[in-house]
Design a protein around this ligand. Structure first.
Ligand code: SF4
Ligand code: SF4
Length: 479
């Protein structure tokens, strides 16, 4: 940066949301109509609609998105990912991170300003409601000066009542992503006493949303969001940013009339009063700037009124603002797409090669084995089958290596719905002589009837000697 373009640091400021005595500085931004606002509003309402309807959408008979944490099953675009698909999910996550890196390198914090739920709901739902109830920015500032920050004022109480209802609604929508709309409907219809845990989860989520949009607000972006804090690493001098053209605007001079040698900025502070994070963009690129373009709209409006060209605050890059020619090739816009292609490519290959079922064989609960009344050794197994296909299947279960024994499988074949998981129990009875050193290796074979067979090796356990002291009958009594 050339020395002529280094903005002066704001005196005495710690955080935009704090006064110098440490008290909260409430940000009451004045909305600035303009071209960017129209587009952002359209994008915001579209995103709200998408967020609302996604839990209701289905693909291939499965929910479009369902993040079933208790069952450790994620459904994305109708495809089920189980706990055993951790590699796939990791590749997807890494690919998403690189996509964010690339987007930031190219377009700056476009996510923060245009699409982040925090910005979308705060600027296009909660703040407009606040202005409606409290009489705009001046009305809110007036209430802030009242006793207890105007908390007991009827208009503010009414606004908070609406906030509560909205938070409740958003909490239900949010939790639909984790429990599904059918389960959510059950929760809504039944008394909270029938499902106290889920009621507490719902109440907690509502309280968090209300706290965030009602009180914490822009501080989420300033102090809690990790993305904002790593901007200095993700942006380079050619990344697109919302920036004040320091060389054109300075030296700023108050008033419409342009004095000899003065810049275009008339120091009207319109860009400051509209900023939802309470900063002055003229201080240069700041971590608090979410690139929402509100200051660009505000300044364009002022420029039109004073008959000066718009774009004093605009999308640009640090190099472009300083007249530095751009590089032909920026390392990060080559490396990020390469890493992105590797991650998503790996994900697609692994997804394609994934088996249509996931079979897990576990030892039964209780004693590792029991001795039956006829002297045979019984092992109890649990066979867990996850059907990853989009059609219901019946899985035939058989065991290789038990020719001298008996297999009892109460649910065989085991029916499993599309995308679901079922567990069944197997009992394998073998003579003592089948065990060597207390072990017997067998293979559990699962056939889906559609051409897919999975084989899982399993070690049965039994007495180590002919008269093992640890022999147990089925009742647990020593023999
Ligand atoms: S400085 Fe401008 S772009 Fe940045 S957050 Fe404030 S209003 Fe939005
Ligand atoms: S809105 Fe434009 S003219 Fe007014 S203070 Fe900001 S940069 Fe200067």
């Amino acid at each position: 940066m050339s020395t002529s373009s280094i903005p002066a640091a704001a005196p005495g400021r710690v955080l935009a949301t704090l006064n110098e005595d440490g008290t909260r500085r409430w940000i009451r931004p004045r909305p600035s109509p303009g071209g960017f606002l129209r587009w952002r509003r359209a994008v915001a309402y579209l995103l709200m609609l998408v967020f609302l309807v996604i839990p209701y959408l289905r693909m291939g008979g499965r929910p479009l998105v369902l993040l079933d944490l208790p069952r450790r099953e994620f459904t994305l675009f109708g495809t089920v990912f189980l706990a055993t698909d951790m590699l796939l999910l990791m590749l997807l996550l890494v690919g998403t991170v690189f996509a964010v890196f690339l987007l930031t390198a190219l377009a700056g914090r476009v996510w923060c300003g245009w699409a982040c739920p925090q910005t979308v709901y705060m600027e296009f739902l909660f703040r407009p409601i606040e202005r409606l109830f409290e009489g705009g920015r001046s009305g809110s500032l007036q209430l802030d000066r009242e006793r207890w920050g105007g908390f007991l004022n009827g208009r503010r109480l009414a606004k908070n009542g609406v906030y509560l209802v909205l938070s409740l609604f958003l909490a239900h929508t949010f939790l639909a992503y984790f429990v599904g709309v059918d389960q959510l409907e059950v929760w809504v219809r039944r008394s909270p006493l029938d499902h106290p845990t889920s009621f507490i989860v719902m109440a907690g989520t509502t309280a968090l949303i209300l706290f965030d949009f009602g009180w914490f607000r822009e501080q989420t972006c300033l102090v809690a969001c990790p993305y904002g804090r790593i901007q200095s690493v993700l942006l380079d001098r050619e990344s697109l940013i919302v920036a004040y053209d320091y060389n054109r605007g300075e030296p700023r001079t108050k008033g419409r009339a342009k004095a000899e040698g003065s810049g275009d900025c008339i120091d009207c502070s319109a860009c400051v009063t509209t900023c939802p994070t309470g900063i002055d963009i003229r201080d240069g690129l700041q971590m608090e700037c979410i690139h929402c373009t509100q200051c660009a709209d505000a300044c364009d409006d002022i420029m039109r009124r004073v008959d000066r060209p718009t774009g004093l605050i605009r999308y640009s890059s640090r190099d472009a603002l300083e007249g530095v020619p751009g590089r032909k090739l920026r390392p990060r816009v080559v490396l990020y797409p390469a890493a992105l292609a590797l991650s998503f490519g790996g994900f697609l290959v692994a997804l394609n090669g994934r088996a249509p079922a996931d079979v897990t064989v576990l030892r039964g609960l209780g004693e590792p084995y029991v001795i039956e009344a006829d002297g045979r050794v019984a092992n109890q197994l649990r066979v867990k089958i996850a059907n990853r296909t989009n059609v219901a299947r019946r899985y035939a279960i058989s065991v290789d290596g038990v020719e001298t024994g008996t297999v009892i499988a109460p649910d065989n074949p085991l029916p499993v719905d599309a995308g679901n998981t079922e567990v069944t129990t197997l009992f394998i009875m073998l003579p003592r002589s089948a065990f060597h050193d207390g072990e017997k290796q067998v293979t559990v074979r699962v056939d889906d009837g559609g051409g897919y067979t999975d084989r899982v090796s399993y070690r049965l356990v039994g007495p180590e000697t002919e008269h093992d002291d640890h022999d147990r009958t089925r009742d647990g009594e020593p023999r």
